[in-house]
Design a protein around this ligand. Structure first.
Ligand code: SF4
Length: 374
């Protein structure tokens, strides 16, 4: 049993955590967005803080309205575990929904690092999901020990996108050499660490790809995740003010951002191909997206999107249409049919809205793409 077992486990965890919280703590956790948000393709992002003081020029976080002065996230670790457990889209356990730390703040700022480690160890203990963290911080021995103790299987991504232009692009973040030292420390403690080459800045990152990967490999990274830049009007303006030429970026834009908050992805196909070729030559694993590194760190297979497949097909959970239908019934969805076509799970239904939750659970539990047909 895959999905039914995970649904039982979800309920057991919810009951246990609720019994350890007082009614006010339960109410606050249930209202929190971690209890409601749909996971992104990389999993459910977990916020350990609000705001980030690194002020990297290419970052979209300020344009989303987050403050530059960081503070730790208000939920206690148990509340956070409960919020994630009750989220209608998530499934617990190693076979469940991926979790990703580090999306809207640096998790190892002085203001956030304590909460980050507390969250990771509590989520590991109570939920056990495959977890990933991305950082630009300089991690000392104590941080690395804390991470190892909290979740020895965690996938760690260390961002370095340029040596040359770091002072202009990331003026308040630790330098690339300190981050290479972080990779060395993490690798020295047998943690799964990858270079996070995101965002690839056209005209800035591309000429340095070979050197960046070489230095990361020498420092002990097992792989590299490459990702595109997303620009807003604010980012383009900040890049120009910092003296970074934006012509290579603007010439590749499919359209100009419409507003300060509108994010447009800058295609980086040729740079990603160079990253892949260079990685192969250096013996680094190439991960097409962050979740691929998370899957690899946990020895899991996933064939849920066209960027994969990640891991061998024999590593996929066995799909059982009867079990999936029983799970749909448990979720209160009666008028569906479910079948496997190749490696895709096809759901026939006329109840689009309700079925989104079911589709997320099918994708997470069986690690396959899900197609909903009306
Ligand atoms: S197939 Fe790979 S890249 Fe796609 S969702 Fe799964 S782990 Fe991520």
């Amino acid at each position: 049993m895959v999905l039914l077992g995970l649904l039982d486990e979800k309920q057991r965890i919810i009951d246990k955590l609720r019994s350890r919280l007082d009614p006010r703590e339960v109410r606050v956790a249930e209202k929190d967005h971690h209890a409601r948000r749909e996971p992104r393709p990389c999993g459910l992002t977990v916020h350990t803080g609000i705001g980030c003081s690194y002020s990297c020029i290419y970052c979209y976080v300020p344009d989303m309205g987050f403050p530059l002065r960081p503070r730790e996230y208000p939920l206690t670790p148990l509340q956070m575990a409960y919020a994630i457990a009750v989220n209608p889209y998530t499934l617990p356990s190693r076979s469940g929904t991926m979790l990703a730390f580090g999306s809207v703040t640096e998790p190892f700022l002085p203001e956030t690092r304590g909460k980050t480690l507390d969250y990771i160890s509590t989520l590991k203990r109570h939920l056990g999901n495959p977890t990933q963290i991305s950082t630009k911080a300089s991690l000392g021995e104590m941080d690395v020990d804390g991470l190892k103790r909290s979740d020895p299987e965690i996938s760690v991504l260390v961002t370095i996108i340029t040596f040359k232009l770091h002072p202009r692009l990331e003026p308040r973040a630790p330098g690339p050499e300190e981050r290479l030292e972080t990779i060395r420390r993490l690798s020295g403690r047998s943690l799964h660490v990858s270079l996070f080459l995101r965002p690839i800045l056209p005209g800035v990152t591309e000429p340095e790809i070979q050197l960046l990967l070489k230095r990361a490999a020498e420092s002990g990274a097992v792989g590299v995740v490459a990702g595109s830049l997303r620009v807003t009007r604010g980012i383009l303006q900040r890049l120009r003010l910092a003296g970074i030429p934006t012509s290579s970026i603007e010439s590749r834009l499919p359209r100009y951002p419409r507003s300060r908050r509108d994010q447009v992805v800058v295609p980086a196909g040729s740079a990603k191909r160079l990253v892949q070729e260079t990685a192969q030559r250096l013996g680094l694993k190439y991960y097409p997206s962050a979740c691929a590194a998370n899957m690899d760190a946990h020895g899991l297979s996933c064939h849920a999107c066209s960027m994969g497949p990640c891991g061998p097909p024999e590593g996929l959970p066995r799909f059982d249409a009867d079990e999936a239908l029983q799970a749909a019934e448990e979720l209160g969805i009666s008028d569906v049919s479910v079948s496997l076509r190749g490696n895709r799970i096809v759901v026939h239904t006329r109840r689009g809205g309700v079925v989104r939750r079911f589709a997320h659970m099918l994708r997470d539990a069986y690690k396959r793409a899900v197609v909903i047909r009306g």
